[in-house]
Design a protein around this ligand. Sequence first.
Ligand SMILES: NC(=O)c1ccc[n+]([C@@H]2O[C@H](COP(=O)([O-])OP(=O)(O)OC[C@H]3O[C@@H](n4cnc5c(N)ncnc54)[C@H](O)[C@@H]3O)[C@@H](O)[C@H]2O)c1
Length: 414
Amino acid sequence: MRVLVTGGAGFIGSQIVTALTERGHEPVVLDALLPAVHAARRQRPEPAEPAEQADPAGHLAHPQHPQHPQHPAHAAHPMHPLHAGPPSPPSPPSLPCPPLPPDGVRQLTGDVRDAGTVRAALRGVDAVCHQAAMVGLGKDFAEAPDYVSCNDLGTAVLLAGMAETGVGTLLLAGSMVVYGEGRYECPSHGVVRPGPRAVEALRAGLFEPECPVCGAQLAPGAVGEDAPADPRNTYATTKLAQEHLASSWARATGGRAVSLRYHNVYGPGMPRDTPYAGVAAFFRSALTRGESPAVFEDGAQRRDFVHVRDVAEANAVALEALHEPGGGHRPGGFTPYNVGSGHPHTVGELAHALAEACGGPAPVVTGEFRLGDVRHITASSERIATELGWRARTGFPEGVREFAAAEMRTPVTS
Ligand SMILES: NC(=O)c1ccc[n+]([C@@H]2O[C@H](COP(=O)([O-])OP(=O)(O)OC[C@H]3O[C@@H](n4cnc5c(N)ncnc54)[C@H](O)[C@@H]3O)[C@@H](O)[C@H]2O)c1
């Protein structure tokens, strides 16, 4: 199967490209190489295996003449104030940016918001694996137009291109952020949906959401795919809109679409020192600088940390099932699947495990908070296990040990 992997030079996309190649498929990468993710590339020699670039008319150009889009989303971003600090020597090893695709994999440099680029990239393709997005909480609300443009306009342009060219199989990189707060049960009122946490409560160190009916303490549980969506920040809103667009596209064109709602992905190749990365990258970056990981709130936030190679395998398995006529996915349908390890941990546990594995200083619980964060979000990944036969294989202890020694990518601030 020839698969167009948008965002295929990113943290997760590059592992998907490897997984697809290993399973005998033919991935084609389309990536805008956003400077916020790949800036180090500009300070390094061009890769020996040159990437190709698609101009707006869809012609391929040589990479020595970069055509990075001029949209504000592509300007270098300063660091998040909560994590800013003087850059500390020594500089840890970092991966080539972008990571070079496996031998023989075609790599196009271009933006999914550009219809001509998309049209050219879709030529001869059987399926699309759409990973390209601006990720993370970012810095502040001023970035909302960039998130919406990159993630939602980008998805709409891609889907319009697929409709035009007749490519009928779509795998979307979804996210658990669409759920907002996870599943909670009140001893008196059963399953309830707590609203966003009040700033005053967070300032007072009261981090646990309460029962919206009686104010009682709640027990967190694993969220299923049928839980109502309740995005709590701009990024989450754009991830939900991507799903709605994918679903509309499937209905309108008779295509088949799946969204893999990843939980917290970690592993080799995570970007370091950027407000757009996940918590594992923040901790690892601090430890690499010889600093304690700064744990927000009280560290008891529950998450499901899933290894990037497991996520890549889930993508390959889901694409194979989608593409097969008898794979159980009907034309016009859209199916979301949670993708987690199935073994939740707290953020504090992750910080301790990483600090120990790195031989670094113990974590410090700061009590800081970010308004867009939710308290607990862990998934049931039973649907994908039952329907597609995928389960995560990397355990938390070995995954963290590997991550502690793994190389990270150097983004914009270095
Ligand atoms: N990392 C996680 O924990 C996590 C969790 C849930 C969902 N996701 C989703 O997984 C996907 C991949 O995330 P990641 O962590 O690998 O991020 P990443 O930033 O490492 O990779 C994203 C890639 O997309 C490219 N890109 C961005 N906008 C583009 C555009 N308009 N056109 C072409 N290329 C563009 C970037 O250059 C980058 O290489 C995203 O859709 C993200 O929302 C990630």
